[in-house]
Design a protein around this ligand. Structure first.
Ligand code: FAD
Length: 373
């Protein structure tokens, strides 16, 4: 059985890895659009203190965070050690002690069903600053020892490399679905055609156009995110925890003094991949309020990515209606680094007709698709 995957962000790369590892014949086609979400993202894996109440969403991200250590072990066994994943813990900041107590309570309550949360501790402003020395003196925090950070680009590359070791083939270019007698039979790639029995579409924010040829409107929209990488003088930053400030931004560190701050949430920018003055202003002013000494940092690079959102801000996964041989997953939004590797494994299970961990009827594809016209 031949399987073609369109799109190699975190979702497509993970699905490819799991399928290739299970011995399937996999071809992946990726166009590497400017603004691939996975490539721009530097991410936090700490879904447990979110205030979002949607149960289906929480169940997905919870499973996503839980799956990471297992996946990283598998990749290491395949010789991929540069996964960009580091379970350094997370600190969620607030000036208000009561808010911190509520946050800790929420995390501790959720720990019964998610022991991977680890230790939950309220820290004084002094202790908080010891863990992340560039912060201002004003914030206490809740420390969650199971929190982690991941570099989207590094993890995607590790998944692709490991998939290749298991025989997956990667092609570059613009892929389209080809239909004969109401059946998807192959994927076009320029003048070429790749025939297959099963098709998996993981095209992120760009996936809408893939279904137009089938007379379907797939409701996915891009949300633009700009993000900034700085370098500071302190170089031993690798093991600093992830910082979640009370605003909707975050600060995280990688090796050698690299600090990542971001990101914007721009709903009306379409696929405009420019770095803008307004975007930089928003990110830097919010970051410097939390961590004033970052103002001495060198700007190393800026990245832009498009988070894919489906209706209700809820991811979807499953079969394309009326097309049993086309699987889709999309809409990972702002938490796709957390859920993506796990959801890729779920896609692989669907493709192999195995039982999924999630009840996928909670993420129904039909809700995001309607006939054109
Ligand atoms: P993408 O990574 O966008 O990949 C889709 C791929 O499909 C692209 O390469 C595209 O070129 C390709 N494609 C589309 N159409 C075609 C076609 N016709 N032919 C060939 N190829 C095609 N998540 C977290 O959990 N924590 C975080 O802290 C976090 N921070 C983020 C910060 C930023 C700046 C951004 C942008 C995102 C962040 N996210 C975070 C969200 C996460 O990155 C995304 O949800 C996730 O990467 C989406 O993955 P994807 O594989 O669905 O899409």
């Amino acid at each position: 059985k031949n399987i073609v995957i369109i799109g190699a962000g975190i979702l497509g790369a993970s699905a490819a890895y799991h399928l290739a590892k299970a011995g399937k014949n996999v071809t992946v086609i990726d166009r590497f659009d400017k603004g691939q979400a996975t490539d721009a993202a530097a991410g936090i894996i700490c879904p447990w203190i979110s205030q979002r109440r949607n149960k289906a969403w929480y169940n997905m991200v919870k499973n996503g965070a839980k799956y990471y250590p297992t996946l990283i072990d598998q990749l290491e066994a395949d010789g991929e050690t540069e996964t960009g994943y580091n379970r350094v813990g997370a600190i969620s900041l607030h000036k208000d002690k009561e808010k911190l107590e509520k946050m800790a309570e929420r995390a501790i309550k959720r720990r019964d069903e998610a022991p991977e949360i680890g230790e939950v501790t309220i820290l004084s402003p002094e202790k908080t600053k010891e863990l992340f020395p560039v912060l201002s003196d004003d914030y206490g925090s809740v420390h969650v020892s199971g929190g982690a950070k991941v570099n989207g680009r590094a993890l995607r590359n590790a998944l692709k490399n490991a998939a290749k070791k298991h025989g997956a083939q990667f092609l570059e270019g613009d892929a389209g679905l080809e239909v004969k007698d109401n059946q998807v039979t192959s994927v076009t790639l320029g003048e070429e055609r790749v025939e297959a029995d099963l098709f998996i579409v993981t095209g992120g924010a760009w996936a809408q156009e893939i279904f137009l040829g089938l007379g379907l409107k797939f409701e996915v929209v891009p949300q633009k995110a700009q993000i900034v990488h700085l370098e500071i003088d302190t170089k031993k930053t690798k093991d600093w925890p992830v910082v979640m400030p009370p605003n909707n931004q975050y600060i995280l560190s990688f090796d050698d003094g690299r600090i990542v701050v971001g990101a914007t949430h721009e709903d009306d920018a379409g696929f405009d991949a420019r770095v803008t003055a307004g975007g930089m202003n928003e990110i830097l002013s919010k970051a410097l309020e939390i961590a004033p000494s970052l103002s001495e940092g060198t700007i190393l690079e800026t990245r832009v990515g498009f988070r894919p959102f489906t209706p209700g801000f809820l991811p979807i996964i499953g079969k394309l209606p009326n097309h049993d041989n086309v699987l889709i997953a999309n809409g990972l939004g702002a938490s796709g680094l957390t859920s993506g590797p796990f959801l890729g494994a779920e896609l692989a299970r669907l493709a192999m007709r195995e039982q999924t961990v999630l009840d996928i009827s909670n993420y129904d594809v039909a809700g995001a698709i309607r006939p054109l016209g």
